[in-house]
Design a protein around this ligand. Structure first.
Ligand code: SF4
Ligand code: SF4
Length: 201
């Protein structure tokens, strides 16, 4: 069975000739008189959100060469070389210890997709986002940033946002506060004892 289309259906929706043209011209005119949002970059620097993912900065002192970031990077664009160094025992008869020394840390930004996984997984906060983005190169090989260059980006890393007022203090702070309160209580008790001894004398 076929549906019959009424002869006059749609007649009420017919537009006047030239109505589409008039509507198009009205849109063009409206756009012409609306304030433009074009930013005059590079003459005017863009106002970027503080946590913009521009480039990755490396805080070398925090890096333990654990390789976690390189293993988790979906693009395999983090290159790390390190060697082990033996630290002599601090006391006679003690055990020697070993630690990793970072020889090379590089990120190839021509491959990086700015997912931030490496920053999230780093257990030592050695990687941070910097909002810097002006590092385009004519030669793609220059997009491989080695350790010194990654370290230079640290200067532009914004400070972390303040904690929420209702947030609990970090564990380290509450432990330090407890230790300080305990020490103060011991000092007060000692001072009180001393005062009592002086009074008795
Ligand atoms: S941001 Fe993502 S792709 Fe880029 S280096 Fe980190 S993990 Fe790899
Ligand atoms: S995860 Fe962090 S500490 Fe481990 S190698 Fe990467 S940057 Fe260094």
């Amino acid at each position: 069975m076929t549906d019959e289309i009424p002869e006059n259906e749609g007649a009420g929706r017919r537009k006047l000739p030239g109505a589409g043209l008039a509507q198009g011209l009205a849109t063009t005119f409206k756009t012409m008189v609306t304030k433009s949002h074009t930013r005059q970059y590079p003459d005017v620097a863009p106002e970027l959100p503080p946590r913009t993912r521009g480039v990755i900065a490396l805080i070398e002192e925090n890096c333990t060469s654990c390789m976690l970031c390189a293993r988790e990077c979906p693009d395999w664009c983090i290159y790390i070389d390190s060697h082990k160094e033996t630290i002599p025992a601090p006391t006679a008869g003690g055990r020697e210890r070993s630690r990793n020394v970072l020889d090379r840390f590089a990120i190839d930004f021509s491959l990086c997709m700015y997912c931030g996984i490496c920053i999230e997984v780093c257990p030592f906060d050695a990687l941070e986002w910097s909002p810097e983005f002006e590092y385009a190169e004519y030669d793609i090989r220059e997009m491989l940033h080695e350790k010194p260059r990654l370290g230079q980006w640290v200067e532009s890393v914004p400070p972390p946002p303040a904690l929420d007022d209702a947030a609990e203090d970090p564990k380290e702070i509450s432990l330090a506060q407890k230790a300080a309160a305990k020490k103060q209580a011991a000092l007060d008790a000692a001072a009180q004892q001393e005062g009592t001894a002086d009074g008795d004398a």
